[in-house]
Design a protein around this ligand. Structure first.
Ligand code: C2E
Ligand code: CA
Ligand code: CA
Length: 281
C-alpha cells in the first residue's frame, strides 16, 4: 500500500514539473514569435513530389521551418500547436502563402511549370477573407492559381462541412487546386470522398504505414486510390519511405509520391538543384 502511495506522489511531481517546463517553453516561444517573423527566421522548405510513372519532380509541398539564431532549426511540431492555440498560425500561413506565390513566379521565370502546395490551417476556414487574400496573391505575383495548391486536412471535413464546402467551391471557382490532406486519418473518409469538392486526395502517411504491411491494408489503400480515380480525383501518397511502398503505389495506380525515399523537405536552392536533374531515383 505504502509503495503505491509513494509511486503516485512521485508521478504527480514529475507531471507537475513537465507542465511547468512546457509552460516556460511556450512562454518563451510566444515572446519570440513576432520578432522572429520580422527577422525572417521563418523559412519555406520544399519537399518534392514525384510522378510515379516517370520519377520526375512534378511539384512540391511548402513546409515551414524556424531557423533560430541560437537554437538552430525548429520543426513545426515544436511550435505550430502553440501557434494554433494563440492564433499566430494565421500569420505563419499568410507568410508561407506569399513566399510560395513569389516562388511560383520564380519557377515560371526559370521555365518550370510545376505546382507548389501550401497548408491551410483550420483557423482560416470560416474566414471570408480567405478567398480575397489568396486571389490577391495570385494577382500580385501574376501566377496561375491552379499552380497554388491548397492542402486542407481531412479532420476538418468532419466539422461544419456545409460552410467548408462552399468556401472550397469558391476557391475552385477562382482556379485554385484543392487537396484533401491526411486522407484516411479521420473517422468517415468514405463519406468525404463522396461529397467533398476536392481535386486531389493525399493519403496520410500513417494510413500508408499501418496498412501497407498487411494484406487487408493493401486492399484498402489500393481501392481508395481506385475509387478516387473513378471519382475524377488525382491521388498523392505522402510519407513514402521505401522502394516497396513506391512500387505498390505505382501498381495501384497512384499518381504522385512524396516522402523521404525521394527527398526530405529542403531549402529552395537545393530544390532547384534537384529540378535541374529532373528525375529522382
Ligand atoms: P503535413 O502537412 O502532413 O506534412 C507532411 C509532414 O510529413 C512534414 O513534416 C514532412 O517533413 C513529413 N514527411 C514527409 N515525408 C516523410 C517520410 O517519408 N517519413 C516521415 N516520417 N515523415 C515525412 P513537417 O515538415 O515536420 O510538418 C509537420 C506538420 O506541420 C505538417 O504535416 C503540417 O500539418 C504542419 N505544417 C508545416 N508547415 C506548415 C505551414 O506553413 N502551415 C500550416 N498550417 N501547417 C504547416
Ligand atoms: Ca500537408
Ligand atoms: Ca499530411
Amino acid at each position: 500500500k505504502k509503495n503505491i502511495k509513494g509511486t503516485t506522489l512521485t508521478n504527480f511531481n514529475v507531471y507537475d514539473d513537465n507542465i511547468r517546463l512546457k509552460d516556460n517553453q511556450q512562454a518563451e516561444l510566444e515572446s519570440e514569435m513576432e520578432i522572429a517573423l520580422e527577422r525572417h527566421e521563418f523559412v519555406m522548405f520544399l519537399q518534392p513530389k514525384v510522378s510515379l510513372d516517370s520519377n520526375a519532380i512534378c511539384g512540391a509541398e511548402a513546409l515551414v521551418r524556424w531557423m533560430h539564431p541560437l537554437k538552430g532549426i525548429r520543426m513545426p511540431g515544436d511550435f505550430l500547436p502553440l501557434f494554433e492555440s494563440n492564433g499566430f498560425i494565421k500569420r505563419i500561413d499568410e507568410f508561407m502563402w506569399e513566399e510560395t506565390a513569389k516562388y511560383l513566379a520564380r519557377l515560371s521565370e526559370l521555365g518550370y511549370s510545376i505546382p507548389v502546395s501550401v497548408n491551410v490551417s483550420r483557423l482560416h476556414i470560416g474566414n471570408t477573407d480567405l478567398v480575397t487574400e489568396l486571389s490577391g496573391l495570385v494577382k500580385k505575383y501574376s501566377i496561375d492559381p491552379s499552380k497554388l495548391e491548397l492542402e486542407i486536412t481531412e479532420t476538418l471535413f468532419t466539422e461544419d462541412t456545409g460552410s467548408l464546402y462552399s468556401i472550397m467551391q469558391e476557391l475552385k471557382n477562382v482556379g485554385f487546386t484543392i487537396e484533401m490532406d491526411d486522407f484516411g486519418s479521420g473517422y468517415s473518409s468514405l463519406n468525404m470522398l463522396k461529397d467533398a469538392p476536392v481535386d486531389v486526395i493525399k493519403i496520410d502517411r500513417f494510413f500508408l504505414d499501418e496498412v501497407i504491411d498487411t494484406k487487408r491494408g493493401k486492399i484498402i489503400v489500393a481501392n481508395s486510390i481506385k475509387m478516387s480515380k473513378e471519382l475524377g480525383m488525382r491521388t498523392i501518397a505522402e510519407g513514402v519511405e521505401t522502394k516497396e511502398q513506391a512500387e505498390f503505389l505505382r501498381n495501384s495506380g497512384c499518381d504522385i509520391a512524396q516522402g523521404y525515399f525521394y527527398s526530405k523537405p529542403i531549402p529552395t536552392e537545393e530544390f532547384e538543384a534537384l529540378l535541374k536533374e529532373g528525375v529522382l531515383k
